[in-house]
Design a protein around this ligand. Structure first.
Ligand SMILES: Cc1cc2nc3c(=O)[nH]c(=O)nc-3n(C[C@H](O)[C@H](O)[C@H](O)COP(=O)(O)OP(=O)(O)OC[C@H]3O[C@@H](n4cnc5c(N)ncnc54)[C@H](O)[C@@H]3O)c2cc1C
Length: 418
């Protein structure tokens, strides 16, 4: 190997970015890991359980945090995004922009600040299903463990949290700052956002409170979620007895996302298990076009199919309407048995797909090249730029980690002057 050429920049601190950063750093390379949100973890930090084993993501994420804490070769910058990239493999110049968190590293999470905060804001982490205070802990698995302030919501002149903090950890005058780094190679691990369900006009998301999305269902089932893990109707908190899952909600549809996100069937099977575990009398209907559970996941599908309270109906949902007493009516063509099916249920879960973050973050153009679906496919990239996890295409966590590990090796080869 040639002379080491400088750090590897990893953009995105979800499971893929953390994995790339750790694999490269544990091999002896310097890594700069940037995350635009106040804490690492990405989407999985909001999940209740992982398919197919139905284990909580907390343990895997926590092990990674321990590896990060032990490894001085990874510099973590939260609240940080890429401003501009120039240069070439082995010698990129990257402008980074760090937004203020208004809380410094003296924060010990004593939580003296939240009780005095007069403002409530909808929680991003819980997809608006509950409010937090303007100053709050991002979530249970936040790393670094530090409060944040949503400054835009603070009443003018209010500094109650500053007076309440015994550690001088809050600075409401903190400002954004820009700085430049040099990087030998760059790994984009910017992940995904849920497809915007308000664009699915006939699904009534936003109009009917008991129509939610699959990411909201994760929070509804999570013990640290808005209902402490009780699966209840958002409209009135009543226990859910019947649920419909609408597969391919906006996916494989030229008017929305033309591709399959590859995990939504598995996510709904997992969430059907959440419902059945929470309420042994509950009845679940899964409306699907095809159930896609490739490879080893087939066993999980077969297991779930054996549950006679989970009914699989092959048919694309045509419309969703308000029913009696807060319930929701779902109508579809039953392709296997013929005719229309109408069911009235307590809760409808839209299995929306994963949309790439890259375009929305302005990271397309002459440095990172995107395919027609907005993902950074490997064959489109110039030397020294790589993508891992969902940034390169929709994948599950296991595949994300495997790719992140492979990409770490490629990034190392550039950093090593190979
Ligand atoms: C409803 C649902 C349930 C799922 N359940 C499972 C499951 O049980 N098991 C499983 O294996 N898979 C599951 N998946 C898939 C899983 O969510 C993904 O495989 C995983 O999130 C991929 O991780 P990632 O790091 O690539 O992306 P993400 O988790 O999206 O992380 C990307 C990170 O990059 C950050 N970022 C974005 N843009 C920038 C930027 N410009 N600068 C800096 N940082 C940036 C983001 O804030 C985020 O922290 C599920 C998916 C869905 C839709």
């Amino acid at each position: 190997m040639g002379e080491k050429k400088g750090p590897i920049l990893v953009v995105g601190g979800g499971i893929s970015g953390i994995s790339t950063a750790l694999e490269a750093a544990e091999t002896g390379y310097e890594v700069i890991l940037i995350e635009k949100r106040p804490s690492l973890g990405g989407r999985v930090a909001g999940f209740h359980q992982y398919f197919p084993k139905l284990c909580p993501p907390t343990c895997g994420v926590e092990i990674n945090y321990q590896r990060l804490r032990r490894n001085r070769r990874v510099q973590v910058h939260t609240n940080t995004q890429v401003g501009a990239i120039s240069g070439e493999a082995g010698n990129f110049t990257v402008k980074l922009v760090k937004s203020p968190a208004y809380v410094n590293n003296k924060c010990v999470m004593c939580d003296k600040c939240t009780p005095v905060c007069p403002v409530e804001v909808p929680s991003d982490h819980d997809y608006g299903m509950r409010n937090t205070r303007a100053i709050h802990m991002p979530h249970r698995m936040a790393y670094p463990p530090r409060f944040v302030v949503e400054r835009a919501h603070c009443p003018s002149g209010c500094d109650k949290c500053v007076s309440a903090c015994p550690y001088d950890a809050i600075d409401l005058d903190m400002e954004a700052r820009e700085f430049e780094i040099n990087a030998a190679s760059i790994v984009m691990a910017t992940g995904w956002r849920p497809y915007d369900a308000t664009r699915l006009e006939r699904m009534q998301f936003g109009a009917l409170p008991n129509v939610i999305t699959n990411v909201m269902m994760e929070r509804l089932a999570a013990t640290d979620g808005p209902t402490a893990g009780e699966i209840t109707r958002p409209s009135d908190g009543r226990k859910v007895e019947t649920v419909v899952f609408v597969q391919c909600a906006g996916s494989r549809d030229q008017d929305h996302l033309p591709y399959c996100s590859s995990v939504c069937c598995l996510a709904s099977l997992k969430q059907a298990n959440y419902v059945r575990t929470a309420n042994p009398d509950a009845r679940v209907y899964i409306f699907y076009i095809d159930i896609r559970t490739p490879g080893k996941f087939e066993a999980f599908y077969s297991r779930t199919r054996k549950d006679s309270n989970i009914e699989f109906i092959k048919g694309k949902v045509a419309r969703v309407e308000p029913g009696e007493d807060g319930r929701v009516i779902v109508e579809a063509e039953d392709i296997l048995h013929g005719g229309k099916v109408r069911v009235e249920v307590d809760l409808v879960v839209l299995a929306t797909g994963m949309e790439s973050n890259l375009k929305a973050n302005g990271l397309d153009g002459n440095i990172v090249h995107l395919d027609e679906d907005g993902f950074a496919s490997a064959h489109l990239q110039q030397p020294g730029i790589f993508a891992a996890g969902v940034a390169q295409g929709p994948v599950d966590v296991n595949s994300s980690i495997q790719e992140a590990t492979g990409v770490a090796l490629k990034a190392i080869q550039v950093a090593a002057g190979e």
